[in-house]
Design a binder for this molecule. Structure first.
Ligand code: NAD
Ligand code: UDP
Length: 389
């Protein structure tokens, strides 16, 4: 199609096809990024991951129209000498690989720290040594808690934006004590950001750091007992979807008072494509990518998901759709939480002209329609087998 042949960057120059080494391409974000790049660009993707279920439709085998455009490389970046060759072969490396589910941060802190810091080191090193551009995925969690969260509960300054809006180049990173192992992830991500920034400053590495703010949509995480372990705890979208599919109450951790801003995965992916195709505007920057207009408490999210799911499935909601659980019951000792996450959008707006579009209600409708269609039957089968045995 013409769109796929003549792409222009934001300054009106043609975009040449790139070869992209995408590490973690088989995950939630990677699968959407692969789809977008295949559908709308001529870039070539070397997809690296330990599994490919979420991109099977693109790689196993690649459909004829994508011949030569995408290949899957099953490897663990912890210990595979093929990694450097793939990075050398590419113009750009995008690193998405990570342990990034909060249930793991306090229960598997070593794996979390190794995955988010140690395992990313060779990727940074190979990019720097071979003068290859790197787009590295960090997290909004590097901001930790807001400054306002330390003020007394009803203090008027809590309402002032400078006490809660999170800015890439100004806000501090505020984590809890070491015994609160929740922060092992944020701290590992912060240190890899600092290392990448230092490689830029001292050795000229061309980098972009992305801080996603709760990107959600189809294919996020797994439904426990269906396409993931029965005892596994995914992120909140999949936890609540699982509860709705099983007709059990949604569990609100510590009262569900924490606030989040959710952005639709397809909006967020557009920001990543802009970074890929506008290196002069993206290099050297850290970008918040989120939707400040989609803020809810976790309790409000549970209410909205309950209503939307009832419409989508035609099943009446439970009489008591939610229950409270303590974080120590739900996550175990050492859990802690970010209180509020409003991304400042000034930098991404100025550099890339990007803005999120999809309201929370709309993205929940699309996503829960997908969850219902994809999982309802499998959950029904699994529950009836479990009740027999
Ligand atoms: P995901 O878990 O779906 O994807 C990560 C992928 O990396 C998985 O497919 C996994 O198999 C792969 N991977 C992990 N370790 C690997 C290794 N050693 N070798 C090869 N592959 C490996 O998570 P996601 O939501 O797609 O997140 C991608 C990145 O974005 C992560 O770095 C995460 O920290 C960051 N992030 C995402 C969000 C969000 O809202 N989804 C928020 C903050 C940060
Ligand atoms: N949460 C919840 N019930 C669940 C799962 C998560 O109340 O079943 C809460 C969790 O404590 C946090 C928020 O939902 O306050 C978002 O959690 P998520 O795992 O999506 O990741 P986070 O935004 O904390 O990185």
């Amino acid at each position: 199609s013409p769109a796929a042949t003549a792409r222009l960057d934001l300054d009106g120059n043609p975009v040449e096809p790139l070869t992209i080494c995408m590490i973690g391409a088989g995950g939630f974000i990677g699968s959407h990024l692969c789809e977008k790049l295949m559908a709308e660009t001529r870039h070539v993707v070397l997809a690296v991951d330990v599994y490919c279920d979420k991109i099977r439709h693109l790689v196993d085998p690649a459909p004829p129209h994508l011949a030569g455009r995408i290949s899957f490389h099953r490897l663990n970046i912890k210990n595979d000498s093929r990694l450097e060759g793939l990075i050398k072969m590419a113009d750009l490396t995008i690193n998405l690989a990570a342990i990034c589910t909060p249930a793991d941060y306090n229960t598997r802190p070593l794996d979390t720290i190794y995955s988010n810091f140690i395992d990313a080191l060779p990727v940074v090193k190979y990019c720097s040594e071979n003068s290859k551009r790197l787009i590295h995925f960090s997290t909004c969690e590097v901001y930790g808690k807001t400054i306002g969260s330390f003020l007394p509960k009803d203090h008027p300054l809590r309402k002032e934006p400078e006490f809660y809006v999170l800015k890439e180049d100004e806000s501090p990173c505020i984590f809890g004590p070491i015994v609160k192992q929740r922060w092992s992830y944020a701290c590992a991500k912060q240190l890899i950001e600092r290392l990448i920034f230092a490689e830029g400053a001292e050795n000229g590495l061309e980098f972009t750091i992305v801080r996603p703010f709760n990107w959600i949509g189809p294919r996020m995480d797994f439904i426990p007992g269906v396409d993931g372990p029965s005892e596994g705890v995914p992120r909140v979208l999949a936890c609540f979807s699982n509860n709705l599919l099983r007709r059990e109450p949604l569990k609100l951790v510590d009262g569900g008072q924490s606030q989040r801003t959710f952005v639709y995965i397809k909006d967020a992916i557009e920001a990543v494509v802009l970074m890929i195709e506008n290196p002069a505007r993206a290099n050297g920057h850290i970008f918040n990518v989120g939707n400040p207009n989609n803020e809810v408490t976790v309790r409000e999210l549970a209410q909205m998901m309950t209503e939307v799911y009832a419409n989508v499935s035609g099943e009446a909601p439970l009489d008591e759709p939610m229950i409270d659980v303590s974080s120590s019951q739900f996550y175990g000792e050492g859990y802690d939480d970010s209180d509020k996450r409003i991304p400042d959008m000034t930098i991404i707006n100025k550099q890339l002209g990007w803005n999120p579009k999809t309201p929370l209600k709309d993205l929940l409708e699309t996503t829960l329609t997908y969850q219902h269609k994809t999982y309802k039957e499998a959950v029904r089968r699994q529950m009836s087998q479990a009740s027999v045995s």
